[in-house]
Design a protein around this ligand. Sequence first.
Ligand SMILES: Cc1cc2nc3c(=O)[nH]c(=O)nc-3n(C[C@H](O)[C@H](O)[C@H](O)COP(=O)(O)OP(=O)(O)OC[C@H]3O[C@@H](n4cnc5c(N)ncnc54)[C@H](O)[C@@H]3O)c2cc1C
Length: 455
Amino acid sequence: MSASTAKDFRVAIVGGGMCGLACAVGLAHRGIRADVFEATVHLPTSSPKFDQVGAGVDLGPNALRALKGLGVLDAVLARSDEAQQTARRMLYMSGTGAHEQVYDYETSSVFTAADNGIGIYRQSFGPVFLAAVLPLLPDSSATHFNKRCTSISTTASGSHCIHFADGTTHEADLVIGADGIKSISRNALVDPAKRPLQFTNTVAYRGLLSTDTLRQESVTSAVDTRLCCFIGIDKHIIAFPIKSGKIVNIVAFVTDNSVSVGSGEVTGPWVKAVPQQELLDSFDGWGHDVQAMLKHMKSPSKWCIHALTPLDTFVRGKIALVGDAAHAMAPHLGSGVGQGFEDVFVLCELLGHSSTNLSNLEARKNEAILRGQAVLKAYDAIRQPRANMVLKESFRAGMIYENFGKAGYATGADIEGHLAGIWEPIWHHNLDEDVAAAIASLQEQGSFPAVTTGF
Ligand SMILES: Cc1cc2nc3c(=O)[nH]c(=O)nc-3n(C[C@H](O)[C@H](O)[C@H](O)COP(=O)(O)OP(=O)(O)OC[C@H]3O[C@@H](n4cnc5c(N)ncnc54)[C@H](O)[C@@H]3O)c2cc1C
C-alpha cells in the first residue's frame, strides 16, 4: 500500500490491540491507510512469550470468518502453535461430588466441523495474534507507540482531533476507538460519570497446568481434550486444553451475589497476583478433580471482571467504537473479541465500499438520522444490536452456570433448557448479508448512488 489513501478521508485508530490492528490490516487490504495510536511502548514482533494473559482465547467460527474477511486469518493460523482447528463444545459437569455430567452442548449444537470449514479454535492468542498481524501492516510509519489518547474533540470543520498524554495532537476525519475496556474514546459518546463500565461482582482466577501433572493427580475429567465447565452455586470453573493438549488453561470464577452489579467499585489494579490459599478457600468442599487442579495453581492471577451496560450507540459524529470499547462483556461465552472482529469486518467492508467518501460517512446536519442513511450509522445499525445481544447472553450464561442447584436450574434438564442453542446465534450469523442489506439501504436512501441495471 502506498502512504496515500484512495479515499478522501483520513482515518485514525486509537488502540493497537487485537481489534485495532485487525482493523488497520483490514482497511489496508481495502486500500485505506489508517494511523494507529497505541498507548504502550511497543507490541511484540517476534517470539511472543507464551503467557497467561493471552492464553486460551476462544474463537468461534463467526470470529474466524471475520478474521478471514479481514485478511489476517492465515497469518494468525501460521503463527499458532496449536496443531489443529477443532470444533469443541462445552461439557458441563458438577463442580462438587463426583463431577457427574450435567449437560453436553454437543447434543444441542447444529454446528458441524464442515461449517464453512472452520471449527472452534483456541491458542495462546493475544501475543501470537499481535505478532502475526503486525507484519501485515504495509506502512510501519503509520503505527505510533507511546501515544496515550486522553480525549477526542471535534474541530470547526467537523473533523476530529485526538489529544495525547504527551501534549501532541493528531487530526483525522474518522476516528476508530479500539482502546479496549477502559476506553477513552468511549468518553466522546458516553459521559464516564454515568459509569457505563461496572464491576460484575465476579472475579476470575487464572492459571496454566501441565496435562502430565493432572494425570499424576488422577484427574479423570476430560479437561485435556475438551472445553469443560464445572458448575456450582456462585462459582464455576472453565478448563480446556491448549498447546495441542500439553497444557490445561484454567479460569475459576467466583461471584458475590449478595450485592447488586454496579454497587461496588474496584479500587486498585483489576488484575493482580494473589496467594493460592484465597483460591483454595473459595472452592473448599468442591470435588476431587477441582481440588487437584487448584492445588497446582501455585501463583494464580485474579481478574476483576468488568462489563459495560449496553451502549445505545457505537457511533457519535465520525467516531466509531469497536471491540471492548463498544461492548466489553463478561467472558462466559468466550465471545468478546469475536464480536470485536465482527465490528471491524463490517466497518472495513462499509468504509472500503467504492461509494463511501467523506460526504456520506456521517448523517449531515439537519438531516434526519435514519437507519442506513450514512455509512457510520449503517455500521451502528448492524453492530450495536448484535454485539449487545451477545453481551447480554454472556452475562446470562454466567448466571446459569453459577446457579446450579438453586430454583430454576436445579436439574440437568433445566440446565439443558437454559443452555441449549445458546451459541448458535453467535456462531451462525451471516455478516455478508448484513453488509449487503446496509449497502442496499444506503443506495435506496441516496447516500450511495443508485444501482443501474442496464435495462
Ligand atoms: C478472563 C477473560 C477471558 C476472556 N476470554 C475470551 C475468550 O475466550 N474469547 C473472546 O472472544 N474473548 C475473551 N475475552 C475478552 C477479550 O480478551 C477482549 O474482548 C479483547 O481483548 C478485546 O480486544 P480489544 O482490541 O477491543 O481491546 P484490547 O485487547 O484491550 O486492546 C486495547 C488496546 O488499546 C490500547 N489502549 C488502551 N487505552 C488507550 C489509550 N487511551 N490510548 C491509546 N491506546 C490505548 C491498549 O494498550 C491495547 O493495546 C476474555 C476476557 C477476560 C477478561
